[in-house]
Write a protein of this length. Structure first.
Length: 421
């Protein structure tokens, strides 16, 4: 038993990073909004999309462990056009995704410290902290920070969830009319919810990069089953927490007549009251600090993931020679940190008067590009690029086919309704 725990401690890290990244906006914001606006009827969509996206996230970890290279290296094996397409898709979405996560984090930052008076300087200070930490400490600091954050959030959320179930749902105000899910606005939100449930699918490449970095950090190469166990455990936790946040949003806000605000700081305050409503007002400062810490861990992970993946992509596109399995960090990584911060700030300044619109736009964009990443990942782990002994099971392949059809169908439906009708 001690030996197994020792091996797990050396493997643990990438899955926890994934979970922290997912639990940020998709859970604290989108799942809460989903429950508050539509009640438990939306729970089925949350469960289905989480299940159907699972294989494609797992394939990032599977490919990295099996080949000792990132799945981005695999995209190059599919052909330079595939690698270029991944590069263009990442560039087209990374500023909006980072902007949305940064804007949400800034709201929790302002709520915790009462810094509304700083205005735009709040997010500037926040981004400067992220860039500085990653430029100096890189993965080691990120890995250590996230593990502490994950424990705090898990304990707080489970406690609030159980107490909320015990207290029961809020009494509905007289004349309450539920929001329509299947009109234009409802479908747009549904796509936004599924876009980051449990997170954006292109983050599967981050899993592979973090898996390789963890191996490098600990000098321990886990077996495939060890890597997959760590990821599956983290993924299961993210799915359960998503359900909990939908229930929290439903029981505390649905039918109450209270509308969640379109301001990041005020929204953060309302999310914190999800916990204090059940745990008690005495817990406000503890929960506010925990929620900010969770979002801070998420935005740092986003900065690291995009910069790390862009660095590797650029190396692969412009290198003529075979690169080492663990390329050293160099100026590209730091340069992408700054580029990402500047681009995300410009996005935030454009959307700053409409918090929900920025979040929805970023999440829908992620959903539209998801089928392409899903197909790439599936090809890499089921074809000649991976030893047959490391191929996914028949059940996982069937789930993959279903997921590709599901994601593609909704993406095409959105594009047709948005631009042709």
């Amino acid at each position: 038993m001690n030996e197994k725990l020792a091996k797990f401690s050396k493997t643990a890290g990438p899955g926890i990073l994934f979970a922290s990244t997912a639990i940020g906006v998709s859970h604290l914001i989108q799942s809460t909004r989903a429950g508050a606006d539509f009640g438990l009827m939306i729970l089925g969509f949350v469960i289905v999309v989480t299940l159907l996206k699972y294989p494609f996230f797992e394939y990032g970890s599977r490919y990295a462990n099996s080949t000792q290279t990132s799945i981005i290296d695999g995209y190059k094996k599919l052909g330079k056009p595939a690698l270029w397409l991944y590069f263009l898709l990442t560039v087209s979405s990374m500023f909006f995704v980072t902007g949305a996560v940064g804007f949400v984090t800034a709201g929790f930052f302002e709520n915790l410290f009462g810094l509304d008076f700083l205005g735009d300087w709040t997010v500037i200070i926040l981004f400067a902290m992220c860039v500085s930490i990653l430029a100096i400490g890189k993965y080691h600091v990120l890995d250590s920070l996230i593990k502490i954050v994950a424990i705090v959030l898990l304990v707080s959320t489970v406690s609030a969830f159980l107490l909320t179930l015990w207290n029961g749902p809020v009494n509905m105000v007289e004349g309450f009319e539920p929001s329509e899910l299947f009109d234009a606005a409802g479908i747009f939100f549904l796509l936004a919810l599924m876009g980051w449930m449990p997170t954006a699918l292109d983050l599967s490449s981050w899993n592979s990069l973090w898996t390789l970095e963890r191996i490098r950090q600990t000098n321990y190469k886990p077996q495939l089953k060890e890597t997959l166990f760590e990821f599956r455990l983290a993924y299961l936790v993210t799915g359960i927490l998503a359900v909990m946040f939908v229930v929290l949003g439903t029981f505390i806000f649905y039918g109450s007549g209270i509308e969640l605000p379109n301001n990041n700081s005020q929204f953060a305050h309302n999310v914190v009251t999800l916990y204090t409503h059940t745990i008690g007002n005495w817990s406000y400062i503890i929960i506010a600090a925990s929620a900010f810490t969770v979002m801070f861990g998420t935005i740092i992970a986003v900065f690291d993931g995009y910069s790390r993946s862009m660095q590797r992509t650029v190396e692969l596109i412009f290198s003529k020679n075979e690169l080492t399995k663990y390329p050293k960090f160099h100026i590209f990584y730091t340069a992408f940190l700054f580029i990402l911060a500047i681009g995300a700030l410009l996005v935030i300044f454009h959307f700053e008067s409409n918090f929900k619109e920025l979040v929805d736009f970023a999440t829908v964009l992620s959903f539209v590009i998801a089928p392409i990443i899903a197909i790439f990942n599936f090809r890499l782990v089921t074809g000649k690029f991976l030893d047959k002994g490391h191929h996914p099971s028949i059940l996982l392949k069937i789930l993959s086919f279903t997921g590709i059809i599901f994601l593609s169908g909704f993406a095409v439906f959105f594009l047709i309704t948005k631009f042709l009708l």
